[in-house]
Design a protein around this ligand. Structure first.
Ligand code: GLN
Length: 261
């Protein structure tokens, strides 16, 4: 994004042979457009493609899922080519404005994150859930005390687990690794967002149960797109696209395709 300014900037910097990693890598990608077609700016979007059904690696080896479809539709709507960068969830917020332009990753709006980034309007309401070994007697907040709890690093699931009395928390880069350690008996339960919990619940249906977060008094969470702080122009465009998609059925059809199926 901001292609023209950046091209000039890159040209200047190259003559100084100091090509810093800051700014978007958008300019070269946008220049690869076919002749005759107006070059679109590129929006570099960070995600962590290990959070189904919102993002996962598809059969073609590329990130796929609800968030990927949503951000591509938004890009089309507001005139950007979307380029996805798969990275660790925990690095997304700090990469906005340098390695990536925005992030979409089933990311919950939190006050702490708002100190570093802005958020679009929320696009999905979620809640944490608890994945437990099949038949385990883990059903209330009290039952979580003093357990070994697996979480995904840097997520709201981790923040919740850290508050549980006596809990021994293990944080994994990928949620599925936490679930694998649950299946190996290394942790007693996994706290993770409801939708991926259900995906893992179905994947390992002979081994685990998923207990809804309401049983533990977990608060609802809102997913939103994380944006560079102060970029009200981009925020306005993205929010307008989200609003349009909620009104014209695009949003509902993506929910049906990726989340309800
Ligand atoms: N919603 C959770 C969070 O924002 C988890 C997101 C994720 O793991 N991709 O922390």
């Amino acid at each position: 994004m901001k292609k023209k300014i950046l091209s000039a900037f890159v040209a200047t910097v190259m003559t100084m042979t100091v090509l810093c990693g800051c700014g978007s890598a958008a300019a070269p990608a946008a220049d690869n457009q076919g002749a005759g077609e107006a070059a679109k700016e590129t929006l570099i979007v960070g995600t962590n493609a290990a959070f189904p059904p919102f993002e996962f690696v598809g059969d073609d080896g590329k990130p796929d899922g609800f968030d990927m479809a949503l951000i591509k539709a938004i890009g089309d709507e507001i005139g950007y080519d979307v380029q996805i960068q798969d990275m660790e969830f925990d690095s997304l917020v700090s990469s906005i404005g340098n390695k990536i332009d925005v992030a979409i990753a089933g990311m919950t709006v939190t006050e702490e994150r708002k100190n570093m980034v802005d958020f679009s309007d929320p696009y999905y309401e979620a809640v944490q859930a608890v994945v437990v070994p099949k038949g385990a007697a883990i059903a209330t907040a009290d039952d979580l005390k003093n357990l070994k709890i697996g979480v995904q690093l840097g997520t709201t699931g981790e923040f919740i687990a850290d508050e549980i009395e006596g809990a021994e928390v293990s944080a994994y880069n990928k949620a599925v690794d936490a679930v694998n350690d649950l299946n190996n008996g290394r942790v007693d339960c996994v706290i993770i967002d409801k939708n991926p919990a259900e995906v893992f619940g179905a994947q390992f249906s002979d081994k685990v149960d998923v207990v809804a977060g309401e049983n533990f008094d977990f608060e609802p969470e809102n997913y939103a797109i994380a944006l560079p702080k102060g970029d009200t122009e981009l925020a306005g465009k993205i929010n307008a696209a989200l609003k349009k998609f909620k009104e014209d059925g695009t949003y509902d059809s993506l929910v049906k395709q990726y989340i309800e199926e």
